[in-house]
Design a protein around this ligand. Structure first.
Ligand SMILES: O=P(O)(O)OC[C@H]1O[C@H](O)[C@H](O)[C@@H](O)[C@@H]1O
Length: 480
């Protein structure tokens, strides 16, 4: 058995690997890490989303931390990951343990560790925690009592476990970043909470901006209506239909733990995260004249590069995973950090992706401009050139992922889809940059047994041709 922290924490199937015993073990590993790092004298916060039994798993974590003498702030109800991350910074806690499987299907649960800076844990921290997990597994196998717990009721009586409610402070902060001024038009949005933790946050924030919201899936359902709480076009069909019935409303959504966003324009068109990031970056750089750099992952649209160039700010490319975006946000002033999978944070906010911040910001941009988002996007494309992007997910085991990427990296192509290859980079997977601004990237997912192919080109036909050629090459590589 292995317990690994992937792109963003440990995720496993409930009752298979995600059991009370393993959760206690991971909590013990986190307690050991905190002790080694000299952080065990400060509070640790524990939160959970709307997953099946998530609050019970959170209780287990609290009782292990308390068993190690660590003071715990335990959330009284489900909480968005960004709200918990913000509470870490605000309360000067040593960190937080968040029980969530984010946007994964309902059979999953997981644990994210959020260090004291209120963002995703960097690899050195998760590697240290994993090392403790391996040791604890060995100790448990040899019959030692490796995990220390304290009965929760007793811990509460001793004041070692206290309740926390991060909601109001977080909402005040996030509204400060988005802008508290009431919006100039009478507006309505349909908000799809996807049965997740955003439901207790987004409607109130919208209300204070003067926006009327119609909720969708705003109750807790650990089965997520039979789907996955992932705010992508394929999972937002009901939101799209709701907007078609109420033309003129904007559609917004957040995932299970509200760290990712989804947006549906006022005519029912789903906008990809790349398109939303482009509109938001344009607004921050052009309208708000923010001058910090822009950070995107290797898999994210290069329209952000074009906007950064237009406004004379620096652009950083980092591997996939918001932790890499966060690392840059912690060391310099960043206007916008974003990723293709629906992650965004901006200057003045915590270095963690935040779906609530994203949907509030998009609502403000839509309201202030008085135009549809599609119209705003076309105006940007008219200025800096158009871009079509696509992601194709292909099932692949660990061995296949490694073999294909190794072969591709060792024999990089010189020409692709009739275009000269300008650059090949292996920052994360293999990325091929073509003349004329097109590119494709093939990488192994760190969260699912998949290879992900990302493509971007200024014309749709070229995009199709690139995809056909990559698929043919992959077939050759797999066969050969
Ligand atoms: O493409 P993957 O390795 O599966 O990762 C996809 C996503 O996983 C998590 O949600 C991380 O927080 C994201 O930063 C990352 O983009």
């Amino acid at each position: 058995m292995s317990i690994r922290f992937g792109t963003d924490g440990w995720r496993a199937v409930i009752a298979d690997q995600f059991t009370f015993a393993n959760v206690r073990l991971v909590a013990q590993a986190i307690a050991d890490y905190l002790r080694d790092a000299g952080l065990d004298r400060r509070d640790v916060l524990v939160g959970y989303d709307t997953r099946f039994m998530a609050e019970h798993f959170a209780d287990e974590v609290a009782s292990v931390l308390a068993g190690n003498g660590i003071a715990v702030g335990l959330a009284t109800t489900d909480v968005p990951t960004p709200a918990l991350a913000h509470a870490v910074v605000q309360q000067r806690a040593a960190g937080a343990v968040m029980l969530t499987a984010s946007h994964n299907p309902p059979v999953y649960l997981g644990i994210k560790f959020i260090p004291e800076y209120g963002g995703p844990a960097q690899s050195d921290v998760t590697a240290a925690i994993e090392q403790h997990i391996r040791r604890l597994l060995r100790e448990t196998a040899s019959g030692q009592m490796a995990v220390r717990t304290l009965d929760l009721a007793q811990a509460r009586r001793q004041g070692l476990v206290q309740p926390i409610e991060p909601r109001l402070e977080y909402l005040e902060h996030v509204l400060g970043v988005v802008g508290t001024a009431r919006l100039p038009r009478r507006l309505e949005v349909v908000y799809d909470a996807m049965y997740g933790t955003g439901r207790g946050y987004v409607p109130d924030a919208l209300d204070s901006l003067g926006v009327r919201s119609h909720p969708l899936h705003a109750v807790r359902d650990p089965l997520f209506g039979g789907g996955a709480p992932e705010p992508t076009g394929e999972h937002l069909e009901e939101l799209i239909q709701a907007i078609r019935r109420r033309p003129g409303c904007l559609g917004i959504a957040t995932d299970g733990d509200a760290d990712r966003f989804g947006v549906v324009d006022e005519d029912g068109t789903y906008l990809s995260a790349n398109q939303v990031l482009t509109v938001v970056a344009d607004y921050l750089l052009r309208v708000r004249a923010m001058r910090g750099s822009v950070v995107r992952t290797v898999a994210t649209t290069h329209r952000l590069d074009a906007l950064a160039t237009e406004h004379g700010v620096e652009l950083h490319e980092v591997p996939v995973g918001f932790k890499h975006v966060a690392a840059v946000m912690r060391r310099e002033s960043v206007t916008l950090g974003g990723e293709e999978s629906g992650g965004l944070s901006i200057a003045g906010h915590i270095p963690e992706k935040d779906g609530i911040l994203a949907v509030l910001l998009v609502t403000r941009i839509w309201a202030e401009s008085g135009q549809s988002l599609t119209r705003l996007l076309s105006a940007i494309h008219e200025r800096v050139g158009p871009a079509y992007s696509r992601r194709v997910d292909m099932p692949a085991g660990e061995e296949a992922k490694r073999r294909v990427l190794e072969r591709l990296a060792s024999r990089p192509p010189e020409q692709w889809a009739g275009r000269r290859v300008e650059r090949v980079s292996t920052l994360d997977g293999v990325k091929v940059w073509l003349e004329g601004g097109s590119w494709w990237l093939l990488r192994a997912s760190g969260t699912e047994p998949l290879m992900r192919l990302y493509l971007e080109a200024p014309e749709r036909q070229l995009l199709d041709r690139m995809e056909r050629e990559v698929r043919a090459e992959l077939e050759r590589l797999v066969a050969g």
